[in-house]
Design a protein around this ligand. Sequence first.
Ligand SMILES: CC(C)(COP(=O)(O)OP(=O)(O)OC[C@H]1O[C@@H](n2cnc3c(N)ncnc32)[C@H](O)[C@@H]1OP(=O)(O)O)[C@@H](O)C(=O)NCCC(=O)NCCS
Length: 158
Amino acid sequence: MSCLEIRAAKAGDSAAITAVVKESWLSANKELLPGDSLGQLAHSPHLATMIAREWGHIHVAVVENVIIGAVGINPAGVIWMLYVLPGYQGCGAGSALYEAAIGALKQAGRRKALLEVLAANENAVAFYRSRGWVPEGRRTEHIPGFRFTAVRMGLALA
Ligand SMILES: CC(C)(COP(=O)(O)OP(=O)(O)OC[C@H]1O[C@@H](n2cnc3c(N)ncnc32)[C@H](O)[C@@H]1OP(=O)(O)O)[C@@H](O)C(=O)NCCC(=O)NCCS
């Protein structure tokens, strides 16, 4: 991808990151959700609050001054989000964000990385499997209007 830049997020990036996550998540998972849940998620204030609080642990992918992807880690070694706008997928931005996250986890001294991904999101599960991640368990959760199974995955970093 031409002129792709990966950089640490700034506090002022929160709104743009929230928009990327919502669009990418809804696009990847829309078959899983009934229409009313889609509307609720699209307006959920929880995500924006979380991103505004966590911006110090987020990297963004930027093309021509526009944020087109984001990855977030936490101090427990969890990659808790990795999203690229649908129109920019398949061009290397996801891999570049992923490498930034793994680099940051290694630099922080983590020996293992963890994440959860929806079992039905086969693209994402394949993305992680091809990078050495191993499924370590599953959990099923039921929130109003939405029942989902998530796969827990782990990667040794040492
Ligand atoms: C998973 C995701 C972050 C990958 O980002 P990306 O920018 O498409 O990734 P890349 O371009 O670096 O390619 C990743 C892989 O997908 C393959 N790919 C090719 N075309 C693709 C396409 N149109 N869409 C998705 N992946 C494609 C690439 O060949 C590459 O294969 P590899 O894993 O064997 O190297 C992105 O698809 C995404 O945001 N998906 C929706 C949200 C999501 O599921 N997030 C992860 C769970 S939290």
